[in-house]
Every structure is written in C-alpha cells, then in structure tokens.
Write a protein that binds this ligand. Structure first.
Ligand code: SF4
Ligand code: SF4
Length: 274
C-alpha cells in the first residue's frame, strides 16, 4: 500500500470546483513558478516550517529530541514556547484519507460537490493518487494539475477523474522555461491527449502581471486551446513570509499587484474570467 504526503486539507471549499468540496493538497511539484503561492508544497518531502518573526533564539528547538514525528527534521516541533516550529506534510494511506473525507459524502451529494485533488502537483504521486481516487468512488473527483507528468502516469490518473482543471501558464516554450523552470512540451502533449479523451476539462491560466497576461501569451493560449474552455485566474501578490518559513528565497520580479485584464472583452468567446 502506497503512502501519500499531503500538506493541507481544506474542508467546505466553495472555490475549487462545483458544489461544496474537500480539497486535498499533494506535496511536491516539478515546476518552480516564480509566482507560486504554495512554497510549502514544492518539496515532495515532509519538512520544517519555521515562523521567524518572534523567535527569541532560545535554542530549545535545536536540542536533541526523540519524538518520533521530529525525526529527520533537525528540530523539535513540540518544544517552542511560542509555537513557531511546525512540520509541513503528513503521511496518509489512501484508505485512511478516503475514510476521513467520506464523512462529508452526504454534503457532497446534496450540493453537487465532491473532492478536489490539488497541490503541489497530484501527478508527482501517481500511485497514491490512483489508490485514493479509487477508494473515493463514487464521489465526484476533480484534479487541478500543471500537466507536467509522464504521459502514462497522466493517463492513468486523469482517466479516473470526473473533471480535470489543466494549467497552461505560458504558450511560448522558452518563456515557460524561464518562469516555471521547465519547458512546456510534456504539458502540451498531455493536453492533446486530454482533448481527445472525452474527459470533462478546462484549461486554466493564472494572470501574472506582465508575464502571462500579455496579448501575445493570451493569443498563444487561445491557439493551444483551439476552442476548449479557458478560465483566467486573477492573481494576488503574496508576501514572501511563506517562503522563508520553508527556508526558500522569494524572488519578487512581478511588476504589478494586479493584472491589467479586468474582463474578457476582446478575448475569444471560450475564455472566462474567475
Ligand atoms: S505549478 Fe502550482 S504549485 Fe507548482 S510551482 Fe507552479 S504555482 Fe506552484
Ligand atoms: S524554540 Fe522557538 S523561540 Fe526558541 S529558537 Fe526555536 S523557534 Fe526560536
């Protein structure tokens, strides 16, 4: 039985698909988008999250500790008098996670909701995703994916889902590499498979000011979509505090707080704005 690493579970969500949903955030992502709001979801491993503001440097958390759940983290996550040291990432078996989620099955049914698998990137843990989705049946399952996965993994996970929200952030190959760390070839190959699969899906593009919300990129996304639905997602500039919590540096090169795109006027009719 595979164990999955999950970094958050959000219940009663109204923004992650139809109806009332439980959203499960898989830990680990193969991309490194410069605008990422979930730096604690990038590493596939359980890791420390330290809030530096308020630390008195007493050193208590650095002393040797034999708590089982502190092993491998290099600090004690229980001893800080100010509660500044936490771990991100919890291991679950598919059966136990599905059993927890299924407590809300009646609510999902009565609201047309279900479960959304998000991240990080679901496809980074394909075996666990397959086991979890299978254990959740017949609940409606939607995945949010960056599309960057081996095609065989993409197909076996996506084929089990009721709906796929598929990110296409940048149409240009070199721009994609520059801002997300990877080329978009694999993503576009998986999208082509998805278009032909008959699975309900939509493309999603975050509106990052000056990067993804340019006329050129939106025209490129329209060409890639080829009439498939595209949802544009507003962007909110984030503070870098979450980055320092997991020991990462936030590179703030985004030029504005909000996108210039305020409506879909002038965009193709398959485009919507959330
Ligand atoms: S795909 Fe999503 S989770 Fe992964 S780096 Fe980009 S914004 Fe972050
Ligand atoms: S125990 Fe808390 S206050 Fe003390 S050094 Fe660690 S994080 Fe800082």
């Amino acid at each position: 039985m595979t164990k999955g690493v999950i970094f958050d579970i959000k219940e009663f969500s109204l923004n992650d698909g139809p109806g009332i949903r439980t959203t499960v955030f898989f830990k680990g992502c193969p991309l490194r988008c410069i605008w990422c709001h979930n730096p604690e979801g990038l590493s596939p491993k359980r890791e420390l999250f330290i809030t530096h503001n308020g630390c008195t440097h007493c050193g208590l958390c650095k002393q040797p500790c034999d708590h089982e759940d502190c092993r491998g983290l290099g600090r004690c996550i229980h001893i800080c008098p100010k509660g500044l040291v936490k771990a991100v990432g919890k291991l679950y078996s598919a059966e136990e996670l599905a059993a927890d989620i299924k407590r809300e099955e009646d609510l999902f049914r009565s609201t047309g909701g279900g479960v959304t698998l998000s991240g990080g990137e679901v496809m980074m843990q394909p075996d666990f995703a397959v086991e979890l989705i299978t254990a959740l049946k017949p609940i409606h399952v939607l995945i949010e994916t960056c599309g960057y996965a081996k095609q065989e993994d993409f197909i076996r996970v996506a084929s089990l889902c009721d709906t796929v929200y598929f990110d296409v952030k940048l149409a240009d190959r070199e721009e994609h590499k520059k801002y997300t760390g990877v080329y978009n070839d694999l993503i576009l190959e998986n999208l082509e498979w998805l278009k032909k699969s008959g699975i309900n899906f939509k493309i999603r593009t975050p509106l990052i000011p000056g990067i993804t919300d340019t006329d050129e990129n939106l025209a490129g996304i329209a060409r890639i979509a080829d009439g498939a639905p595209v949802e544009l997602l507003p962007y909110n500039r984030m503070a870098g505090a979450k980055y320092s919590g997991v020991g990462k540096k936030f590179t703030d090169i985004i030029k504005s707080d909000v996108s210039r795109i305020k409506s879909t006027e002038g965009l193709p009719e398959n485009f919507t704005l959330r």
